[in-house]
Design a protein around this ligand. Structure first.
Ligand code: PLP
Ligand code: COI
Length: 341
């Protein structure tokens, strides 16, 4: 199969319309047969629940080309499960988890020419999403839904690739204590658009959100969980009911413990202890592990010992091991890597 003619190493994190996308419709209480379609447009009633009451959720995962030319994806069953949890919280019907994984494979296969070649640094980002489609004007869930998946080749989420980021403490809150921070609802991202633009206008790469109740504990950023490394090489990551349960973070905890024989701690992390850590990184599907060099707290800087030039040594090891597993160069734990082609 001939690959598309793209400048893979420089594509950035943007949308490229690919050839095929998957659509399944929910009507009369049941999911219909899904299929691949060519049309990238979605045409809906002006009063669709997604437009009026933001009844929409999504997932994000990636497919990779391995050195020996296979196409694989990373832990799609985990995304299927998280989307099911999200759907329940938003009163949406669950898209069956096995069908989710099959549909992911089907779309990736149909767009194989768009999966970036091995070694280019680019990957295929897979975006499953679901929305309430029928007209509702009183506040209530829709009765009809679409589950869709499109794919797009992407490069690094943060421009500058692996260069350490400068993030700032946000005065906005990301999620309420008993709100929707732990699910992948579109509304969590709508609310983050103003804070992220304000952060960019002020010269920062991202926002670090603190817990909204006490503003003393580290939560996460707008699009990634956070990991820290202690002086003695331990991985510490915040535990909170209002952050997204990142599949990358959960995988990293396993990799740290079982591949790199590190100690790991998932616990509440007080913001006041952050200066004691020596490395910091943002982790997620899009972010992979993006190193943080500096945190700005209302003008006061916390500078990590790893500096502003390159990833710290421990985060580099975690990055190499995780991406090695994802790209098939390091043996994966059972069930983590699904071969598509
Ligand atoms: N936190 C937020 C708010 C996100 O949007 C994402 C991205 O999916 C993550 C964390 C990382 O999650 P994952 O590793 O499952 O992609
Ligand atoms: C992902 O990592 O898949 C996300 O959804 C994060 C988003 C900021 C692109």
């Amino acid at each position: 199969m001939e690959k598309k003619n793209l400048d893979w190493a420089n594509i950035g994190f943007g949308y490229h319309q690919t050839d095929k996308r998957y659509v399944a419709e929910y009507k009369n209480g049941a999911w219909g047969e899904g299929k691949l379609v060519d049309d990238a447009n979605v045409v809906l009633s002006e009063c669709a629940c997604v437009f009026q009451y933001a009844q929409t959720c999504f997932e994000g995962l990636k497919a990779y080309t391995t050195e020996d030319g296979h196409i694989v994806c990373f832990r799609p069953d985990m995304n299927a499960k998280r989307m099911a949890d999200t759907a329940k919280r938003l009163e949406m019907p669950v898209f069956p988890e096995e069908k989710f994984v099959e549909a992911v494979c089907e779309v990736v296969k149909a767009n194989a020419a768009w999966v970036p070649p091995y070694g280019t640094g680019a990957t295929l980002y897979i975006r499953p999403y679901m929305m309430g489609t029928n007209s509702v004007i009183g506040v209530k869930p829709a009765e009809e839904y679409q589950f869709r998946i499109f794919v797009t080749p992407v490069g690094p989420y943060f421009k500058g690739g692996a260069k350490p980021l400068t993030i700032r403490i946000s005065d906005f809150d990301r999620a309420a204590p008993n709100g929707t921070g732990n699910i992948k609802a579109g509304l969590n991202y709508a609310m983050s658009l103003h804070p992220i633009m304000e952060a960019h206008r002020a010269g920062f790469d991202e926002n670090m959100y603190l817990d909204p109740q006490t503003r003393t504990k580290v939560e996460e950023t707008g699009g990634a969980n956070i990991i820290f490394i202690t002086k003695d090489g331990k991985l510490v990551t915040p535990k909170s009911n209002s952050i997204l349960p990142s599949i990358t973070r959960r995988s990293l905890l396993y990799v740290a413990e079982h591949y790199l024989h590190m100690q790991v701690e998932e616990r509440e992390v007080l913001f006041e202890e952050v200066p004691e850590f020596v490395e910091c990184g943002l982790c997620g599907t899009a972010a992979v592990i993006s190193p943080v060099g500096k945190i700005n707290d209302h003008g006061k800087e916390i500078c990590f010992a790893s500096g502003m030039e390159r990833m710290g040594e421990t985060i580099q090891k975690l990055y190499d091991t995780l991406t090695g597993i994802q790209m098939g160069n390091i043996e994966a734990p059972e069930g983590w890597v699904k071969t598509i082609l």
